[in-house]
Design a protein around this ligand. Structure first.
Ligand code: PLP
Length: 374
């Protein structure tokens, strides 16, 4: 990676993804959770070469739109390795996905269930339940999933409507570092399994979503620790009842594998005596760094050749656009070399996930984030 970057002179910000690192991350999770099927969450980084590499390793894919489905199918991935995991789908997209052979769908509401029953008849469906996302740096708590009481009723109804309800899904929030969250989510799911078994509905699938973290500026447990916590929780709640397990990692697989090379456009102060400098980069909230909103995700940042510089001072980091929202970090204490100047290159590490896909097509005429795989 570093030798590749040293040879480049990018005119615009580039994300460089190390495919071997993607593979390493995939293998580590597969080893930590050998009993689970891995459905890579395509939205984290849909670059064709990332998808191809993961497909060659046996990964399945979680998609949220027809474009993501087509991306996978056009690469020769068979439809039985693709799930339509978005709980919010247009009828025309369900119809098209069904035609293309997709047979595994998520839902979390009565209306969505009706759409699936009519336009994806007989398909395997799972219901997403609301779970606690405390401990996640990028929580997904309120938008998706329904209460367990509602989930019970929806599964009964799915069966009556000619669908094949297979189980439940949840997502404990992205960049989740509290290993206990899977256990508490699984206790909700266990209760549902038991209640439904009593009325003759036997379920077979638990989809535990994503949430596995990437390395940013704080320490995180490794894949092995997640594997152990989840395996222990599954054994505790389901014992010998061997269920199909799905995990949908996104951030974990590609986050660490990517580095963005950006450039300093301007270093300035608001007043002569200010200690804090403003460092404006050629990348911002609208060109790929949307997860800096609220300073939720804090990427490690380095200046090539000056990684060990002791002559540093505090900075506010901001993007290049003419929107005052476009500030990356002002409360997080980032330190940068005192001799930093316009034209210097800056590396944003662990940026392989949720960057290219969040980049606007051209706000203020700035180009979208480019991506190369090595
Ligand atoms: C985004 C998403 C994921 C991936 O989440 P990560 O935290 O990146 O692992 C998995 N499943 C679903 C349904 C998602 O929407």
């Amino acid at each position: 990676m570093s030798s590749f970057l040293a040879e480049q002179d990018f005119a615009i910000p580039h994300l460089v993804v190390d495919l071997d690192r993607v593979e390493e991350n995939y293998r580590a999770l597969d080893k930590a959770l050998p009993q689970a099927d891995i459905f890579y969450a395509v939205k984290a980084n849909p670059h064709e070469q990332v998808i191809k590499r993961l497909a060659s390793l046996g990964s399945c894919f979680d998609t949220a739109s027809l474009n993501e489905i087509d991306l996978c199918l056009n690469l020769g991935i068979s439809p039985d390795r693709v799930s339509f995991g978005n709980t919010i789908k247009k009828v025309r997209d369900i119809t098209a996905a069904y035609k293309k052979g997709i047979r595994l769908y998520a839902f979390d509401s009565d209306e969505e269930l009706g759409k699936l029953a009519e336009h994806a008849p007989g398909s395997d469906v799972f219901c997403r339940v609301l779970v606690n996302c405390d401990g996640a740096e990028w929580p997904l708590s309120k938008k998706f999933g329904c209460s367990t009481e509602m989930a019970y009723g929806l599964i009964v109804k799915a069966k009556e409507a000619g669908l094949n309800p297979v189980g439940f899904s949840f997502h404990v929030g992205s960049q989740q570092t509290n290993l206990d969250q899977w256990d508490s989510a699984l206790s909700q799911v266990e209760k549902l399994f038991n209640d439904l078994a009593r009325v003759g509905i036997k379920l077979t699938l638990v989809n535990m979503g994503g949430g596995f973290p990437a390395h940013y500026t704080t320490d995180i447990p490794d894949a092995q620790a997640y594997g152990q916590a989840i395996t222990k929780a599954m054994d505790g709640h389901f014992g010998n009842n061997k269920l199909r397990m799905i995990v949908e990692p996104g951030r974990y697989i590609v986050g660490d594998a990517g580095v963005i090379e950006a450039e300093v456009v301007l270093v300035s102060r608001k007043e002569d005596k200010d200690k804090k400098r403003w460092v404006y980069l050629d990348i911002g909230l609208f060109s790929g760094l949307a997860e800096c909103i609220g300073e939720a995700i804090r990427y490690p940042i380095s200046v090539p050749g000056k990684e060990h510089s002791t002559e540093t001072g505090p900075v506010v980091l901001a993007g290049p656009s003419c929107d005052s929202l476009d500030i990356l970090y002002q409360n997080t204490a980032y330190m940068m070399p005192l001799d930093l100047k316009a034209g210097d290159k800056v590396l944003l590490h662990s940026t392989g996930a949720y960057t290219t896909t969040y980049s606007s097509v051209g706000f203020n005429g700035f180009p979208p984030l480019a991506c190369v795989c090595i």
